[in-house]
Write a protein that binds this ligand. Structure first.
Ligand SMILES: [Zn+2]
Length: 190
């Protein structure tokens, strides 16, 4: 399994292409033109770490290119995909809502998504930064989105953020991170 990081133009949010056995999965969707060249073989689906606009803004463009591409998030994630106030895009001058939700699949805490033959992604809910936050655990890696960015204080001053929950989630993520590689939701400024 190979993890390819794409640093998006908006706030240096990160998308990740996970490649294995001649196929790919995407985690979060920013700049589609940067993501496409990183994909190997068929793109099987998209996992969302949360539904803030800087992690989802490429989804409509991607759905146009790859119809019926499944997108995995939780219930608060779906709500934010459909609401430009909840995903905060409205306040950034470029309102975004997901046009077609027929391919959105809702996951529960602890649920697994089959990625490749013998490789699953487990959804670990890590609310606090936002109620839609999911940390995806895949073998010996975790994709934490904005729930945990090593060396950076978790942002909890946004609407729907919850500082106490974020602290609880961070404890859990640090446990998961002890034996795993962390791929976070933003890249440091260079
Ligand atoms: Zn965020």
């Amino acid at each position: 399994m190979e993890v390819r990081q794409i640093v998006n133009s908006l706030f240096r949010s990160c998308s990740y292409v996970i490649v294995h056995d001649g196929a790919s999965w995407l985690v979060d969707c920013g700049d589609v033109d940067k993501i496409l060249p990183a994909i190997v073989g068929p793109l099987k689906g998209v996992l969302l770490t949360h539904a803030h606009f800087d992690h989802i803004y490429g989804l409509n463009q991607l759905a146009e290119l790859i119809p019926s591409l499944p997108v995995f998030t939780n219930e608060p994630g779906l709500e934010a995909l459909l609401n430009d106030k909840l995903n905060l895009s409205k306040y950034n001058g470029d309102p975004f809502v997901l046009i077609d939700t027929t391919n959105v699949h809702l996951v529960e805490n602890g649920e697994c998504v089959d990625l490749f033959d013998g490789i699953k992604a487990e959804a670990v809910f890590t609310p606090g930064h936002n109620p839609s936050c999911v940390t995806w655990m895949i073998d010996d890696i975790i994709l934490t989105g904005d729930s945990f960015i090593p060396g950076v204080k978790t942002v909890t001053n946004l609407p729907l953020s919850d500082k106490a929950l974020a602290a609880k989630s961070e404890v859990l993520i640090r446990e998961l991170a002890a034996h795993r590689t962390v791929y976070a939701g933003h890249a440091p400024e260079v």
